[in-house]
Design a protein around this ligand. Sequence first.
Ligand code: SF4
Length: 354
Amino acid sequence: MDDPGKRSQGHELMSWSIVARDAIEGRPPAGEAALRMLALADRATPALVEAAWRVREHHFGRRVKAHVVVSASRGGCAEDCSYCSQSAVSAAAVQRQRLLSPGEILERAAAARRAGAKRLCVVTAGRAAQEREIATVMEATRLIKKKVGLEVCASLGMLDAGTAQALKAAGVDAYNHNLNTAHDRYGEVCSTHRYEDRLATVAAAKAAGLEVCSGVIVGLGETDRELVEMAYALRDLSVSSIPVNFLLPVPGTALGGGDTVRHLTPWHCLRVLSMFRIVNPEVDLRISAGRERYLRSLQPLSLLICNSFFLGNYLTQPGQSADSDRMMVADLGLLLEQAPAAGVALGAPAGARE
Ligand code: SF4
C-alpha cells in the first residue's frame, strides 16, 4: 500500500489535525496544502481521513443522507460529452427510455422512501429539458410532496430563469448541474457547450432560490491541481451539495478505454474525498458513481468523509444493493436522515433518526 517515492507522514500527522481545526473554524487550507493532501503516500492517508472525519463530525455528527436517482428519460442527447454513454458521439448501447409519467415518478419516490432515501434526484438526458419534461417533473414534484414527502432535486440540463422559478414554485428543493471538470479542461471533455454555460445554469438556479447541487467527475484526465481548482470553484459558488463521481468508463465512449482512471486506487479516492471535505466543510458532500468499483473494500471509509451517498443504482450503471448500503451505514454506527413527512409545508426542516 505504500509508495516510498511520495511524501511520508512524520510531521504531517500533526499538521492535518491543525488543518481540520482551521477548516472547522472557517479558515480553509491554502491551495498548496490541498495539493499536498492529494500527493500523500498511502500510509500517511489515514491521518488525512481522520482529519476529514473531524470536520464531517463537527458539521453532521453521525447523520448520513441517502439519495436515490431516477431517470425520467434516457438516451438520445445531441451533446458530445466524452464520458457519457448517452451522448451523440457515443457508440455505447444505451437503452432509450421514454419520458416517465408523473405517476411513475411518484411510484419510484415511494420505493425510494421505503428504501431509506431522503432525497429523490430526477434526471433527464439532454442539453436542456423540453417543455413536456419540465411539466412532468413539476407535476411529479407536487405529487411527491403531497403523498410521499421526499426532498426533490431536479437535474434537467441547462436552465433559464423562468424555468428555475417555475420549478421552485412547484416545490423542487434543489437543482443539480455539475461543473464536472476544471475550467481549462472543459474544452477537451465537451465541445458543444462551455464551462461558462454551466456556471450560468448554477446562477439561474441560485437566483430562483433553489439549493444548488454541483459536483465533479474525477478521472477525466484532470491534474491534481485542476482537482483542487474544482474544489475551490465549488466553494466560491457556495453550492449546498457536491457529488463526487469517479468515472466509470463505458466502452463506446471516448473515455471508454479507461486510460484516465488507472490512478484511481482506493486510497487515492479517499484523498480526493478528504480534500473536497476539508475545502468545503459544511457542504453536503456525496460519494457518488464509482464508489463500489474504486473504493472496493475501503468504501465504508468514504462515509466517514462524506455525509451523503447514492442508495442502490446510479443513472446508467448498477450500484451495490440497497440492503448492503443500509448494512454499511449501520455497521459504521451512522444514522440515516429521515425524509420529511408528506403534506408538510415546503421547506420544513426534517430531523434525523438520531
Ligand atoms: S448533456 Fe448530459 S446527457 Fe447529454 S451528453 Fe452531456 S452528460 Fe450526457
